[in-house]
Write a protein that binds this ligand. Structure first.
Ligand code: ZN
Length: 307
């Protein structure tokens, strides 16, 4: 195992909620963020600054930012797609880091953000530069790194080349996102290894969806290959409104259970995540896909004390 510690990023308030049709109240979003911090999260994707007509769930981005808890030890990430979004995020005064997305294929880039893949790389670099000029940090995510809903297979060499170009802008990391949940662990091992080598010493972050049940296996493969940052969403909530068939993110409690059981420190408290998942299920009004929250606690608290 290349590392015994990973950095955990909670993406539930943004990626988890953005595909929900029923708009979740700003107060409940803040409760989700507050619970994530209490459970140990120190980096949280709190919202996105996008056109509210396209993503109505994120229309309250400014209100969420205004209500964020004052926690200098927590990095609040705002996802932005263009300069206008970057300006909005910076103007809140509460976002610490801008998240920029470049998409690996032209058809998905056009569907997701109205530009070609190459244009999305240049836009992401401009967003990172804007963040840095404003005294914030920036990070870059490569969407559809493992497969595209429109074009199918994605060239590994293309993703590596994009990561190199994005790294030139000075992000804190480059993230590989399996936006539609098609990755397999062997692909993850190859791509994380190649991108690590290409952007060293910048860390690789990974973002998996469990659309086809390979999410946890992919997290494991990524961490084993040296990915240092792992995304997950409480309860396994999530999807992408512009990627047909995209289902939930890997669940925070399932990822934390797996890694902590394997003695890889996440900084997260599993009991608080399980309690949070039950709370979130009530808010959303349905059972969430995460599995650990539905299973008996193991090891039991009393048994653990006997060891
Ligand atoms: Zn996602």
């Amino acid at each position: 195992m290349a590392t015994a510690t990973i950095e955990f990023v909670e993406v539930g308030p943004r990626d988890g909620l953005q595909n929900e049709r029923e708009v979740v109240s700003t107060a409940d979003k803040i409760e989700l963020i507050t619970r994530s911090i209490a459970a140990g999260a120190r980096r949280i994707e709190v919202t996105s600054f996008v056109n509210p007509n396209r993503v109505p769930q994120m229309a309250d981005a400014e209100a969420v930012c205004a209500a964020l808890p004052v926690r200098p030890d927590v990095t609040f990430i705002g996802l932005v797609m263009n300069g206008r979004g970057a300006d909005r995020a910076i103007e809140t005064g509460r976002i610490n880091q801008l998240g920029a997305v470049a998409v690996a294929t032209d058809k998905f880039a056009i569907a997701n953000q109205g530009q070609t893949s190459d244009e999305s790389v240049e836009a992401a670099k401009a967003i990172i530069a804007k963040a840095r000029a404003a005294g914030l940090t920036g990070q870059a995510t490569i969407g559809a790194s493992f497969g595209c809903p429109f074009e199918g297979e994605v060239s590994e060499a293309r993703v590596v080349e994009m990561a190199q170009r994005l790294a030139e802008a000075g992000p804190v990391e480059v993230a590989l996102a399996d936006t539609i949940g098609v990755a397999d662990p062997a692909h993850v091992t190859r791509l994380v290894t190649a991108v690590r080598a290409a952007i060293d010493p910048l860390p690789v972050r990974v973002h998996f969806h469990n659309t086809r049940g390979t999410g946890l296996a992919n997290v494991w493969a990524a961490v084993a290959a040296g990915a240092r940052v792992v995304d997950a969403a409480l309860g396994g909530l999530g999807g992408c409104p512009f990627a047909p068939g995209a289902a939930g993110n890997v669940s925070s409690e399932d990822v934390v259970y797996m890694l902590e059981r394997a003695h890889i420190a996440t900084g997260m408290d599993l009991d608080q995540l399980i309690a949070g998942s039950a709370w979130l299920s009530d808010i959303i009004g349905r059972k969430l896909p995460g599995m650990v929250a539905q299973a008996p606690r193991f090891p039991q608290a009393s048994a653990a004390k006997d060891v």
